[in-house]
Design a protein around this ligand. Structure first.
Ligand SMILES: Cc1cc2nc3c(=O)[nH]c(=O)nc-3n(C[C@H](O)[C@H](O)[C@H](O)COP(=O)(O)OP(=O)(O)OC[C@H]3O[C@@H](n4cnc5c(N)ncnc54)[C@H](O)[C@@H]3O)c2cc1C
Length: 379
């Protein structure tokens, strides 16, 4: 085994990606400094309890879902216990009713004012309203082929346009094909057999991941290029295009403005309500309906409205990489450049220019950490 004792590692970004690498390397006796530009850990998973005792996810609701045998879940379970929670979402219709999303049997009954007595009937009905002959080449055509124009116009076209800031026909098919359609009455948002929230929240979970004698955390510390020379290796969860001074152009992202409001309201029929119409908002969340939150202790409930926007309207807040052929080509050039780096590894959503859910984020970064350890003959 090569000597790794107290080799110095820099990790930029105390989100899930950075915390995963920090934990694995610290346990192998590397000396890890993790810096974070914000005044809190946990990246976009950050949650906190407000004055009303509600647990708020500052950067939008984060729902954990995966296969119960997932290695990433096993890793995270070292740092938290779980509160089971099967997430449900309803869409607000123009007449004030709400209906389940993803589209299922009940959604079709609500929209077409019909009753179905079997899944086969539902499937036949869906087949009768969708364009089965179309071989979709973009997201708009995917909607038409899979649910037909009536449902596409109610649930998907305006929503997708405000979410991504471009018409669905400009989006690659991979965006639209993320949306499941069900022919039964299962109204859960995810199919996975493990769905939960950390019992004491995501921030606590990340805090425990970073609680190791070999990890030194510095908040409110922005990355500077001069830092690299002080470390044997650096893992950078930062925008890769910015690091290379936008040499090959800017990688596009969509951002979101989170508007927190205090409202006196009856409980929503589900913790999240989607706005699928042309209004600027995509969804609203009632936090005290999530089971790892207390009920609001005042007559006001905290409701967060999400408004997608361009990066110009929310500078520095990179949320969703906009995957187009052009952006993929640009990213490939940066990736090639980064592969020449001996002492730097790009990580996280912005380093890899990839939207990643939490469980895939852990899986990917466990692998990055373990591949790195192999250089030191540590398995
Ligand atoms: C709105 C939204 C909702 C989501 N909902 C879900 C969900 O329901 N379920 C799910 O599984 N996943 C969800 N995700 C995905 C989840 O947020 C990611 O998997 C996770 O954040 C990935 O972690 P990360 O460490 O790559 O990025 P981040 O959490 O963004 O962490 C990167 C950190 O690096 C810091 N940083 C950046 N630049 C610098 C710098 N120059 N110097 C110092 N620090 C820096 C940032 O401040 C940030 O804290 C959602 C994502 C978004 C945007």
């Amino acid at each position: 085994m090569k000597k790794n004792y107290k080799k110095k590692i820099l990790i930029v970004g105390a989100g899930l990606a950075g915390a995963t690498i920090a934990r694995i390397l610290s346990e192998q006796n590397f000396s890890v400094r993790i810096i974070e530009k914000r005044d809190h850990i946990a990246g976009n998973l950050f949650d906190f309890i407000n004055q009303n005792n509600e647990r708020i996810h500052k950067y939008g609701p984060h729902l954990l879902h995966c296969n119960k045998d997932s290695v990433a879940l096993k890793f995270l379970s070292r740092f938290t216990s779980w509160t089971n929670y099967e997430h449900k979402v309803r869409a607000l219709l123009s007449d004030g009713r709400t209906t389940p999303l993803p589209i299922n049997q009940v959604t079709l009954e609500d929209i077409f004012l019909k009753k179905f007595s079997s899944e086969k009937e539902v499937k036949n009905f869906l087949d009768s309203i969708r364009n089965r002959k179309l071989n979709p080449k973009n997201t708009d055509e995917f909607f038409e082929a899979n649910v037909g124009n009536i449902l596409a116009d109610i649930f998907f076209r305006p929503y997708t346009e405000k979410m991504w800031g471009v018409k669905p026909e400009k989006l690659s098919i991979s965006i639209g094909s993320r949306i499941p359609i069900r022919t039964n009455s299962d109204d859960r948002y995810f199919n996975d057999n493990f769905q939960a929230l950390p019992k004491y929240g995501y921030t606590k979970m990340i805090e425990k991941m970073l609680d190791h004698k070999n990890i030194d955390l510095r908040l409110q510390t922005n990355f500077k290029i001069e830092m690299l020379s002080n470390y044997d290796h650096s893992f950078l969860c930062i925008p890769i295009d910015k690091f290379y001074n936008y040499e090959y152009g800017t990688l596009p992202y969509r951002s979101i403005i989170f508007e927190e409001r205090k409202e006196i309201t009856n409980d929503f029929p589900s913790s999240v309500i989607n706005f699928t119409d042309k209004s600027p908002y995509t969804r609203k969340t009632q936090w005290d309906l999530l089971p790892n939150s207390e009920k609001s202790s005042s007559k006001y409930k905290t409701i967060t409205y999400e408004k997608p926007c361009s990066m110009n309207d929310n500078p520095g807040e990179y949320y969703y990489p906009i995957q187009t052929l052009r952006s993929k080509n640009i990213y490939e050039k940066y990736k090639k450049l980064s592969q020449k780096e001996q002492q730097i590894t790009f990580c996280g959503r912005t380093g890899l220019y990839k939207y990643i859910d939490m469980i895939p984020a852990v899986t990917i970064h466990l692998k990055i950490a373990r591949d790195f350890l192999k250089k030191y003959d540590i398995n």
